[in-house]
Design a binder for this molecule. Structure first.
Ligand code: AMP
Ligand code: MG
Length: 347
């Protein structure tokens, strides 16, 4: 397939280019576009065949539902039942990096909801995304723009790397501001199904009560309520392990004699660690920047050609919870604090 790349201004999206992209949406094609969280791969949410293409192109399992993006409350009401008691809270949270899981209306194809009777809905803040939805006149189902299991695109160049030749249009613009997907909040149970760019602290301040963290147990028989939780995610091809010890300096002892590896961490830790390759995510004091740089760093890591990579952990405050969650998934829960534990992963 020939992919058209449209360069669009982040703050003032050009009408003619948005109109080319919206025509692709209404004729059942796929459009990759930026949002403030990560880039998304979108289709008309009311068109089952178009949404099917998303699963195919992303190589995504069909039981892992898509987030539906809307540009107004009226549009949300057409596909979802927003509980009355939370309506004003939803209105104060949107537009922004938070997705609500609520009961779905019948118009929505089951392809979108992965067979569930609920739907995940979000109103993005990014102007390009809003203009695209408005011009299309339909809600747009759009999961993150990555091939399943790989880190999501936060930069246009990574969206191009994944989807050139596979979708009709790619909108290329600035980097996503948050760099980590939206928070998914189940409005029925008031549980965070996926931590994200909208912090639990912020949810508490808007809704007046603290959300619970949803942690499915590995032994439970029923499938997790958020199907995406079953799958491996965000992983580079390079083997990645998280350092779970307290002392950054201890990494040097643990890795002494090891030659071809990379360390990813805060600027402060990069000054201490003596790895042959180091990538700084930014200052530990600026977690927003760490979140913004994480996925792009994980994608670029594979170009260095190291045998393995060590990434450090971050604290759980604010967006830290989402960063920690993505690192846990990217490492496939592999963390170490001694040389013996690291060696066990390497051999
Ligand atoms: P992505 O679209 O790649 O950002 O992932 C969307 C996330 O939202 C996945 O983890 C899905 O499992 C989750 N999700 C989407 N729809 C629902 C739903 N109806 N109920 C629970 N989780 C959902
Ligand atoms: Mg995703």
């Amino acid at each position: 397939m020939k992919t058209t790349v449209l360069k669009v201004d982040w703050n003032h999206p050009e009408k003619d280019k948005i109109s080319i992209a919206s025509s692709a949406i209404t004729s059942g094609e796929l459009v990759v576009f930026p949002t403030e969280t990560v880039y998304g791969i979108g289709a008309n949410a009311l068109d089952a065949a178009a949404c099917q293409k998303i699963y195919r192109v992303k190589e995504r399992k069909s039981d892992n539902p898509l987030i539906v993006h809307v540009s107004s409350m009226q549009m949300a009401d057409k596909i979802a039942i927003i509980p009355k008691k939370h309506r004003r809270h939803v209105e104060s949270s949107w537009p922004g990096p938070i997705t609500f899981v609520v009961k779905a209306r019948k118009v929505l194809p089951r392809t979108v909801t992965g067979g569930l009777d609920t739907v995940a809905v979000r109103m993005p803040r990014c102007r390009i995304a809003l203009d695209l939805i408005n011009a299309s006149g339909v809600p747009i189902a759009a999961p993150s723009a990555n091939i399943s299991k790989k880190p999501s695109s936060t930069k246009a160049k990574h969206a191009l790397k994944y989807f050139m030749g596979k979708v009709q249009i790619i909108i290329s613009s600035k980097d996503s501001r948050y760099g980590i997907e939206s928070t998914v909040l189940d409005l029925e149970t008031f549980e965070i199904l996926r931590p994200g760019s909208f912090s639990a602290e912020r949810i508490k301040s808007i809704f007046g009560k603290a959300p619970q963290a949803y942690t499915p147990t590995l032994t439970s028989k029923s499938p997790p309520r958020s199907p995406g939780l079953k799958y491996r995610h965000y992983s580079p091809s390079t083997p990645l392990f998280a350092y779970a010890g307290d002392s950054t300096a201890a990494i040097n002892k643990i890795t002494s004699g090891m030659k071809n590896f990379c360390f990813i961490g805060s600027a402060e830790s990069c000054r201490i660690v003596a790895a042959p390759h180091k990538i700084s995510l930014g200052s530990r004091r600026q977690k927003a920047a760490i979140a913004r740089n994480l996925y792009a760093t994980l994608i670029d890591l594979d170009d260095i050609g190291v045998d393995f990579c060590i990434i450090e952990n971050f604290d759980m405050k604010g967006i830290g919870a989402a960063i920690a969650n993505r690192i846990e998934k990217a490492t496939n829960h592999r963390s170490f604090s001694t040389r013996r534990e690291l060696n066990a992963f390497l051999h």
